[in-house]
Write a protein that binds this ligand. Structure first.
Ligand code: ADE
Length: 419
């Protein structure tokens, strides 16, 4: 087997500079790294990570290695790898990486198999492809595995489905469910990086455009907020009544997808579900619209059908595929319907990944501390770790918060005092 599989080792110098740049904006992870150097909580552990190979992930992997782990990584999406970062991880940090930006689905899975050949004790996933591959085709690895962690909403949903069906064979920590993860990464991270991806791919002016956001979960909320900030008229499409109501009272237009298809200039999906934008919507769209996805998998835009109702398609800019429909109109799809923020831009900024990856590092440590005590279930991050990360982040930002007085604490725990 290859010792690593990346695009070009000569990119390593640039990658190292970018990793060091990101590190400056990751004070919480830096703090944990210093702790790990002293305590080595991951000594003798092989940790396989299937994460987006970015400068932020590099800082996480370096931290895990500092904690004593033998670390090996593959990409969690065929288009999200930063090839310079992958090269630097191999050359300067001696971490085997199996990832190339633009790899085929076949290579993507070959890379996952390469990582699994290291026989991990801990798995770290973003989308649950590592866990699902282990459960489908590498079951002999299960007995050695202590546990795993999961970064994203879609992965947590998949893993909870496995636990529900009683097929999950080892404990998982749902890092996504930490408050210091999804309140910030999913909302402010996805919000900013999705707009960043659309702008880098297209260089359009967002002011005055009709911008349609499909899904009003944490990611959709962030995208809608940032699109409004850029001067777009934002419409939300949502299937859940409570979320739709929230979007309405947040001041957005709320309508069905068929109606939104008629008015939108830019469409972004962030639902985690399949075929959110499909034939009946494509056929109603205006000429020249832009369609992108920010959900984990490339299933939200029905590209197979788009292809069938088109006469031709061609790449008109990097990450922009122009489909010429049989009805004479043009639809531009960004990044093949894959995560636009990680494909056409660099994903979430380091400052927000700081908290997500602080949670990942602490989740790995927690799995070791609790070895043998956890069930084959999906666990939330322990709240005390979550709060500690918030405190460290606030400290790094120079923010001091108010403390309850003893009298206030007592008041909050008493029932006797009323009107
Ligand atoms: N997910 C979203 N943004 C990311 C980033 N910058 N690094 C790793 N995973 C991400």
């Amino acid at each position: 087997m290859k010792k690593y599989d990346i695009k070009d080792l000569k990119l390593a110098n640039l990658g190292k500079k970018k990793i060091e740049w990101a590190e400056k904006q990751m004070p919480v992870l830096r703090f944990i790294r210093q702790e790990f150097i002293k305590t080595k909580p991951l000594k003798n552990i092989t940790l396989a990570a299937c994460l987006h190979i970015t400068t932020e992930t590099a800082n996480l992997l370096i931290t895990l290695k500092a904690g004593g782990a033998y670390v090996v990584a593959s990409a969690s999406n065929p288009l999200s790898t930063q090839d310079d970062t992958a090269a630097a991880l191999v050359k300067y940090y001696k971490i085997p990486v199996y990832a190339k930006k633009g790899e085929s689905n076949k290579t993507y899975y070959e890379h996952i198999h390469s990582v699994l050949a290291y026989k991990p004790d801990i798995t770290m996933d973003d989308g649950a492809d590592l866990v699902s591959t282990i459960h489908k085709t590498h079951r002999s690895l299960i007995s050695k595995i202590i546990g795993g962690s999961e970064e994203t909403t879609t992965g947590v949903i998949r893993l909870k489905a496995m636990a529900e069906k009683k097929v999950l064979e080892y404990p998982i920590i749902a890092v996504n469910n930490a408050m210091t993860k999804h309140f910030f990464d999913n909302r402010y991270g996805t919000g900013q990086s999705t707009i960043d991806g659309i702008l880098r791919a297209t260089n359009i002016l967002l002011a005055g455009l009709n911008f349609v956001v499909c899904g009003y979960g944490w990611c959709g909320r962030g995208i809608a907020m940032r699109a409004r900030g850029a001067g777009s008229n934002v419409t939300v499409v949502e299937t859940d009544a409570i979320r739709a109501l929230e979007a309405k009272m947040d001041g957005f237009l709320v309508m069905s997808m068929v109606k939104a298809a008629e008015i939108g200039d830019v469409f972004v999906t962030a639902t985690g579900d399949v075929n959110v934008i499909r034939k009946e919507h494509f056929l109603k769209m205006k000429n020249g619209v832009i369609v992108a996805n920010s959900g984990h998998f490339n299933v939200e835009i029905d590209l197979l059908t788009l292809e069938k109702i088109s006469n031709s398609k061609k790449e008109v800019r990097p990450f922009v595929m122009e489909y010429k429909l049989k009805n004479g109109k043009v639809i531009n799809v960004l990044a093949d319907g894959r995560l636009v923020n990680l494909s056409a831009a660099e994903g979430h900024p380091a400052s927000v990944m700081d908290m997500s990856f602080a949670n990942q590092a602490k989740a790995a440590e927690y799995l070791i501390v609790k070895k043998g005590q956890l069930e084959k279930k999906v666990y939330d991050m322990p709240e005390e770790i979550d709060r500690k990360i918030a405190e460290l982040k606030l400290k790094s930002l120079g923010v001091e918060i108010e403390k309850l007085t003893p009298e206030q604490e007592k008041y909050l725990t008493s029932w006797e005092e009323g009107t």
